[in-house]
Design a protein around this ligand. Structure first.
Ligand SMILES: [Zn+2]
Ligand SMILES: [Zn+2]
Length: 289
């Protein structure tokens, strides 16, 4: 909750007039508790999990011929019932694990210094912090993911996420409850190292989930803007990891591929370009493992 009762008090404390964005933030959050603002994350996640995978799913179901050339594993076609089941499973995880985790993790958010006050961060500050969050999350996620591909971790936990050998956007958060909890650590590490404003934290959670949904979409569209992001793994990169499944010892990256390059697990960086053709020709690319 903001410590000022009026806009004039806020401007006196800032020593300048509020920007339009700050005035809007002041009006909207003057009476709102920090806990309430933090819990809006739950609503944002619900909207992202529901709406972000929808356009590609509808295209796949309603216009399979139009999007067929861009499908990474064209021989795999899920029915509408299977899409709905996947969404239902994810909602169960959402209401039983993800939502409650958000509700109880507020003390940690407060402790590391994520704040809701004024001034609002500049766009440059937000971009720099988001970059740090992505890089830190990528590094930790890489090692956790790699460990989960050990015999015990895969059989007991990570196998659930790999049930979709040809992933779809809705399946991005589909995982064992323990994996959801464990992967909360890398997601929170960046904001803990470089704490910022609640708006930056919201953006981080939304962008990270949208990235995961894009990566699991099962399609490689030529017009995707993510192709211009250096070292961005994308759907093709992660799709191959799902295709290989439990035996996979490559392409562990969640967002960027730098850890796979650094630690020598980017084995499909060259044949990756061939996999789509191989899927189409033989339905099998296992010899590339
Ligand atoms: Zn995996
Ligand atoms: Zn995955």
């Amino acid at each position: 909750m903001l410590p000022w009762a009026t806009a004039a008090e806020a401007e006196a404390a800032l020593g300048r007039a509020m920007t339009a964005a700050e005035a809007l933030w002041f009006r909207w959050t003057a009476e709102a508790s920090d806990y309430y603002l933090y819990c809006l994350n739950i609503l944002f996640l619900l909207v992202v999990f529901t709406l972000a995978p929808l356009p590609v799913a509808l295209l796949e179901l309603r216009a399979p011929r139009a999007v067929g050339p861009y499908k990474l594993q064209p021989r795999v076609r899920l029915s509408r019932a299977e899409f709905i089941k996947c969404y239902g499973d994810v909602m169960r995880i959402f209401f039983l694990v993800i939502g409650p985790l958000q509700l109880v993790s507020y003390p940690a958010v407060k402790m590391v210094g994520i704040h809701t006050g004024l001034p609002l961060p500049s766009l440059g500050e937000m971009a720099a912090q988001l970059l740090v969050y992505f890089l830190v999350e990528d590094y930790l996620n890489y090692w956790i993911h790699r460990l989960l591909h050990g015999e015990w971790g895969y059989e007991k936990i990570h196998r659930i996420h790999h049930e979709y050998t040809a992933p779809i956007g809705f399946a991005a958060p589909y995982a064992h409850w323990a994996e959801v909890l464990i992967l909360g650590i890398p997601s929170f590490a960046g904001p803990a190292i470089a704490p910022g404003h609640m708006i930056t934290f919201w953006l981080w959670i939304i962008l990270r989930q949208m990235e995961a949904i894009d990566t699991h979409s099962g399609f490689d569209f030529p017009f995707s803007l993510t192709k211009y992001i250096p070292f961005y793994g994308g759907a093709e990169y992660h799709d191959y990891h799902h295709y290989v499944g439990g035996q996979s010892q490559s392409n562990f990256a969640s967002v960027f591929t730098y850890c796979d390059y650094l630690y020598g697990t980017d084995r499909v960086s060259f044949p990756l370009h061939c996999t789509k053709a191989l899927f189409k020709i033989s339905g099998s690319a296992r010899f590339l493992i």
